[in-house]
Design a protein around this ligand. Sequence first.
Ligand SMILES: [Zn+2]
Ligand SMILES: [Zn+2]
Length: 214
Amino acid sequence: MIDLHTHTLFSDGVLLPSELVYRAKFKGYTAIALTDHVDYSNYEFNIPKIVEVARVLQENYDIKVLPGVEITYVPPKLIADIVEKCRKLGAKIIVVHGETVAETVPAETNHYALKAGIDILAHPGHITKEDVLLAKENNVCLEITTRKGHNVTNKEVATLAMQCGTNLVLNTDSHTPDDLMDLKKIEKTLLEAGLYLKYFETMQKNSQNIIDKK
Ligand SMILES: [Zn+2]
Ligand SMILES: [Zn+2]
């Protein structure tokens, strides 16, 4: 299993990177991205530390560990700027905290994120068809999430992505060990999103393609 959206103590997750990664490995993961929340206050602090721990864990625990970020509540017009800064510091997987209906994310975050050179737009909420097409054009994957609250628009996102031919990935947005991926969560999430279970393989291939590009 591949999961490209998780949180550690470096933002609002409850586990150290080492424990999260080892627990993921134990659950059968083959790859994980550590994507803690960042804005202009903490990206310079977080990224070098996540890059270092990802390297150590990958070498010792036989699991692919990708350093990443989830750019969160950055003013939409500045997303491209912070993406560039995060890449320079070594963030491999760049996720943006999209316009989930569970929170008041700044309007147009989805649109500006999709033009900013990111890898994944997380929980994009009531995303417009124009933006789903923009995701396809710019090779950005849209996220189907197992996370409660953010997951209420999964079906809407999946339906539009299918119509437009936009790639989807399945992520957990894990904050605690119980959030990590397992078959039960995968089945439930795909069923609720109106996707066939076999579509999980396609989403995992899309995740693998993101990794292969790095
Ligand atoms: Zn988020
Ligand atoms: Zn998240």
